[in-house]
Design a protein. Structure first.
Length: 338
């Protein structure tokens, strides 16, 4: 699937905006604060069904009462999303729906400057990052994650009540046990797949013999639903006192290992960036292997953050994908300045 054009109305600071894309690489130039990232955000909503950075109400241009974004593909298909301040509606090939159907989603790789600091980010940031990746690997992961998150919110809300009994949270414990075990299994599987590629991919970028690995860290002892349930029930009094669920896969973390040591503290800035690039390339490759679709690549002002060697790797590895780049200056000028 290749994007032909993107059209925005009252989207962030864009009253009206139109982007004509090319089959290969499209460049969105503009000063900081001019709304370049907003265009990528619209593409993400129209291909994934939700924003990667805000609620719908935050997206409406100040003073307006709705937003609209439309994407047209080169095969004649199109998708539109509108939000009137209360209801979001997708229109896919003239059919209205409140959510973007799974069959109409299309994989994208989003690369932001903050991703380059993923290694030393907070665990919650890494969880969000990998959740986004895994959801594109397998739609059942996205479904399990959505249901798990709903159960956590509901259980935590009940735990804040002054008067509550174990029976009050039992149904949510059951949901957390089932979907927590599912997420545990899928995370283990996907991390193993990533690790089967990551050292070789990293070495192709860094041109050295270093070894890298992603470690999945969890407090969950096993993917057994009954054991998961037993721990939740045993923690009831503590959780009631704390006002939140202290055990579960929502506390998981992903640690980057560099030559058998934590990359945070042992890897240099350049080595860390090569590791993140390797992860992005693997993400795109695994999506293609699993779905047969080459993901659309959204590069949000990251080109200027990379040195010439890593920029060359970026261009080479994504040469078979449609790439949409935002930048404060022409990519050719960045290249020529080096």
């Amino acid at each position: 699937m290749i994007i032909n054009s993107v059209k925005l109305s009252n989207f962030r600071n864009h009253s009206n905006y139109f982007l004509q894309c090319t089959d290969n690489t499209s460049l969105i130039l503009g000063k900081n604060g001019s709304g370049k990232t907003s265009v990528l955000e619209a593409i993400y909503i129209l291909t994934q069904g939700k924003s990667f950075r805000a609620t719908d109400h935050d997206i409406i241009k100040r003073g307006a009462d709705f937003y609209r974004a439309e994407i047209a593909y080169n095969n004649g298909e199109s998708s539109t999303v509108t939000y009137d301040g209360s209801v979001k509606t997708f229109i896919v090939m003239n059919k209205k729906t409140r959510r973007l159907p799974a069959k109409n989603k299309y994989p994208v790789i989003l690369f932001q400057p903050s991703d380059l600091n993923l290694i030393d980010h907070a665990p919650s940031r890494r969880r969000t990052y990998f959740d986004r990746i895994f959801s594109q690997f397998d739609s059942s992961y996205a479904s399990a994650l959505s249901r798990y998150d709903k159960a956590i919110r509901q259980r935590n809300e009940l735990l804040k009540s002054d008067i509550i009994s174990p029976d009050s949270v039992f149904s949510w414990n059951i949901m957390l046990s089932k979907y927590g075990a599912d997420l545990y299994n899928m995370r283990q599987q996907f991390i193993q797949e990533i690790n089967s590629y990551i050292t070789d991919t990293y070495r192709s970028i860094a041109s050295n013999e270093d070894s890298v690995k992603v470690l999945y860290q969890t407090s969950v002892p096993s993917p057994d639903e009954s054991k998961y349930l037993n721990i939740l029930e045993a923690n009831f009094e503590k959780d009631h006192y704390l006002g939140h669920t202290s055990f579960g896969v929502h506390h998981d973390d992903y640690v980057f290992n560099f030559n058998n040591a934590h990359a945070d503290g042992s890897a240099s800035r350049g080595e860390s960036r090569s590791l993140i690039l390797a992860l992005k390339f693997i993400e795109a490759n695994l999506i293609y292997i699993k779905s047969g679709k080459r993901p659309i690549i959204l590069l949000d002002d990251v080109f200027s953050e990379l040195d010439p060697v890593r920029r060359k790797c970026l261009v080479k590895n994504f040469q078979d994908n449609q790439v949409i780049i935002t930048s404060v200056e022409d990519i050719a000028n960045i290249q020529n300045d080096q």
